[in-house]
Design a protein around this ligand. Structure first.
Ligand SMILES: [Zn+2]
Length: 427
C-alpha cells in the first residue's frame, strides 16, 4: 500500500508532503515521490498524517461490566477517535492478577480487539492492597505495566514492596494516587469554590498529591520506574518536577478534560470524574506542566458508564467520562488551532511520548522501519455528537462542542481499520 501526499510533521509547525510505502505492516519507505507499481493507493490529499494515538489509560470494562463497554466497542471507538494503541486498566472482573486469568483475558483481547491492545495487570491481588501479584510470572506473558487503577495503594509498606519488585523485574508501576484518608463519603467534586455553590462535598487536592509525594519518594529510593495517572493538581505537577530533577525514573499523564475544563464548568454527572476537575489555577498548571515537559503526555481515562448509572444524583453517580472519540479532535481544536501546542507537540503528547515511556520502540513516529499505525486528520468544521459514538458510553461533557477536524482514517499495522463517512463517500 502507498499513502500519497501525506502531510508529515517535521518540527514545530513545519510539515512536508511525502509518499509512504507500507509493506508487511511496517513503514517501508518515505520519499518525495514513490512510484506505484501494483500497490493499493490512498491519496491523503495533503492532509495531516500522524502516528496513531496511543492512550495508556482506558477502561474497556470487559470482562465483568459489558453493559458499559466491551473490548470490541471500546477498541472500535479508539479507532474512530484516532487511537491505534490502547492500554486497558485492570479494574475488571475477574481481575487480571494471576497468570491463569491473564491468559484467558489476553485470548479475549486477541479475539475481540480491533486495534493494538496492551493490558495492565494489577499491582495487588483483587486491587485490595494486601498481596502483591507475581510480577515475574506476569512479565513472562508480555505485561510490563502494573496498576491498581480505580483505587490508590493505601499502605506505604505495600507500595514499597511493589516498587522493589517492579525494579527487580524491570516493569513499571502506573499509579492511581488517592489517599482515602482525605476523601469523605459522598465527596464528588473538587473541594474549592464551585462545590460550595452546589452544596456538594469536595475532594481536596491533598487526596492526590499526598500519595504522589509518598510514591515519588519511594520510586526515588527503590529506583523503580513509576508513572502517575491522570494528574489534576498544581501541587502534583510541582512534585513531579522536583523528583524528575532529582533523577527519579518517573513520569506523569494528564487527561484532555483536565486540560480543557475546571471546577466552574461542573454542571452535572458528566462532569463527575476522579480525580475531579480542579481550580482554574490547577488547570493552567497542568497545561504549563505539559508544555514544559514535566507532564509527559495526554492519556484520557476513557470511563464509559450507562446512561442509567449516570442519571443518579451527583453524590452517588459513578465517576468518569468517555474520551476516546473526543480527545484528539478537542486537543487539535482547542490547543493546536489556537497556537498553544505546535503540531510537533501535538504528535508527541498523543503518540511519541507515551510510546517512548512504555517501551513501544517501533511506535509513536512516522519513520522507516516503524509500525504502520497511522491516522489521517482532516480539517473539517463540525460538532462532537455523542449519538455518533461507537462507544457504548455516551457520558461526555463535550457533546455539541465545536471541533475543527475529523479523523479520516485509522490504520493499524498497515491495515485501514476505520474510515470516516466522508472518505467512504469519496471512494
Ligand atoms: Zn484512575
Amino acid at each position: 500500500m502507498i499513502i500519497k501526499n501525506a502531510k508529515l510533521v517535521t518540527e514545530e509547525n513545519k510539515t512536508k508532503i511525502q509518499d509512504i510505502l507500507i509493506k508487511d505492516g511496517k513503514i517501508k519507505r518515505i520519499a518525495d515521490y514513490i512510484e506505484v507499481i501494483d500497490e493499493e493507493v490512498i491519496d491523503a490529499n495533503d492532509k495531516l498524517i500522524l502516528p496513531g494515538g496511543i492512550d495508556v489509560h482506558v477502561h474497556l470494562r470487559e470482562p465483568g461490566f459489558t453493559h458499559k463497554e466491551t473490548i470490541k466497542t471500546g477498541s472500535l471507538a479508539a479507532l474512530h477517535g484516532g487511537y491505534t494503541t490502547i492500554m486497558p486498566m485492570p479494574n475488571i472482573n475477574p481481575f487480571p492478577d494471576n497468570v491463569e486469568v491473564i491468559k484467558a483475558y489476553q485470548a479475549l483481547l486477541q479475539k475481540d480487539g480491533a486495534c493494538n491492545i496492551y493490558p495492565y495487570a494489577c499491582i495487588t491481588r483483587g486491587e485490595i492492597g494486601k498481596h502483591l501479584v507475581d510480577m515475574k510470572a506476569i512479565k513472562e506473558l508480555g505485561i510490563s505495566w502494573f496498576s491498581d487503577d480505580g483505587v490508590g495503594v493505601q499502605r506505604e509498606d505495600m507500595m514499597y514492596k511493589a516498587m522493589q519488585s517492579a525494579h527487580e523485574n524491570d516493569v513499571m508501576i502506573v499509579a492511581h494516587t488517592e489517599d482515602m484518608r482525605y476523601r469523605k463519603v459522598k465527596a464528588c467534586m473538587h473541594e474549592g469554590k464551585r462545590n460550595k455553590e452546589l452544596d456538594l462535598i469536595g475532594i481536596p487536592s491533598a487526596c492526590e498529591f499526598k500519595q504522589i509525594e509518598r510514591d515519588l519518594q519511594l520510586a526515588y529510593e527503590t529506583k523503580a520506574k513509576y508513572h502517575i495517572c491522570h494528574m489534576s493538581s498544581k501541587e502534583s505537577v510541582e512534585l513531579l518536577k522536583k523528583y524528575k530533577q532529582m533523577g527519579a525514573d518517573v513520569s506523569g499523564e494528564v487527561t484532555t478534560h483536565h486540560l480543557l475544563l475546571n471546577e466552574h464548568d461542573v454542571e452535572n454527572t458528566n462532569h463527575k470524574m476522579n480525580p475531579p476537575l480542579r481550580s482554574k489555577e490547577d488547570q493552567q498548571a497542568l497545561i504549563n506542566g505539559l508544555l514544559e515537559g514535566v507532564i509527559d503526555f495526554v492519556a484520557n481515562d476513557h470511563a464509559p458508564h450507562s446512561e442509567e448509572e449516570k442519571k443518579a444524583p451527583m453524590d452517588s453517580a459513578p465517576f468518569g467520562i468517555v474520551a476516546l472519540e473526543t480527545s484528539i479532535p478537542l486537543i487539535y481544536t482547542k490547543f493546536v488551532k489556537k497556537g498553544i501546542f505546535t503540531l510537533e507537540q501535538f504528535q508527541k503528547f498523543i503518540s511519541t511520548n507515551p510510546a517512548k515511556r512504555f517501551g513501544f520502540d517501533t511506535k509513536g513516529s512516522i519513520q522507516e522501519g516503524y509500525d504502520a499505525d497511522i491516522i489521517c486528520i482532516a480539517e473539517k468544521v463540525g460538532k462532537i455528537d455523542k449519538k455518533a459514538f461507537i462507544s457504548l458510553g455516551k457520558n461526555t461533557p463535550f457533546d455539541q462542542y465545536d471541533v475543527a477536524c475529523e479523523i479520516n482514517f485509522s490504520m493499524v499495522n498497515g491495515i485501514i481499520k476505520y474510515t470516516s463517512k466522508e472518505v467512504q463517500n469519496e471512494a
